[in-house]
Design a protein around this ligand. Structure first.
Ligand code: FMN
Length: 173
């Protein structure tokens, strides 16, 4: 029931207070990411945590919709082997999505909001975070306590999700 509650009510949060996250909360959140299942159990992900305010501000410039990172309490950069390298399987990003979902659901369970930021400026992101050339960061998660705690569960706007009927095909497309 709790899992269904989280799936049914979780919203992204983009405005955070300055209250620090307890160390055990961040640890719980990171372990939730680590716990995700992955194709062939390869676990092709690494997490870079950032709390330094100036680094968070610089990270907020890696994409046009990454402004929320500047105000995050912690950012978790999700780093994988380069998914665009020759022969790279799509499962790298499937697996990363599972880890990211675990992270955001664990955070939500602890009353901590989160939001992804999509990285467009790859060279800038690499220069800030320093991961190796054969690795890649497509997404960074902002985390923090929400300025407005009701943000965690604010109702979807009308039409905020497509109707199931519009995407469901039974037996055959
Ligand atoms: C792959 C992915 C990338 C996203 N990138 C961004 C982003 O760059 N900036 C941002 O503010 N939100 C980003 N989001 C959050 C979406 O905008 C958000 O999930 C969507 O609007 C639905 O919001 P809700 O879950 O609160 O209903 C991203 C979400 C996903 C799944």
């Amino acid at each position: 029931m709790q899992t269904l509650d989280a799936i049914g009510r979780q919203r992204v949060v983009r405005a955070f207070t300055s209250e620090p996250l307890p160390d055990d909360a961040l640890s719980t959140i990171l372990h939730a990411g680590r716990r995700a299942g992955s194709s062939k159990n390869l676990q092709r992900w690494a997490f870079v945590t950032v709390t330094d305010r100036e680094t968070l501000r610089r990270l907020s410039e890696v994409g046009p919709w990454c402004g929320h990172i500047a105000g995050a309490t912690v950012a978790i950069a999700l780093v994988t082997p380069d998914p665009r390298a020759d022969g790279s399987p799509l499962s790298i990003m499937w697996d990363l999505g599972r880890a990211a979902q675990n992270i955001t659901l664990a955070a939500w369970d602890l009353g901590i909001g989160s939001c992804p930021g999509t990285v467009y400026e790859q060279a800038l992101c690499r220069s800030i975070l320093g991961y190796p050339e054969d690795h890649h960061c497509e997404y960074i998660l902002s985390l923090g306590y929400p300025v407005d705690p009701t943000d965690l569960t604010r109702p979807l706007q009308p039409g905020g999700r497509h109707d199931l009927a519009s995407m469901l095909h039974e037996e055959r497309w």
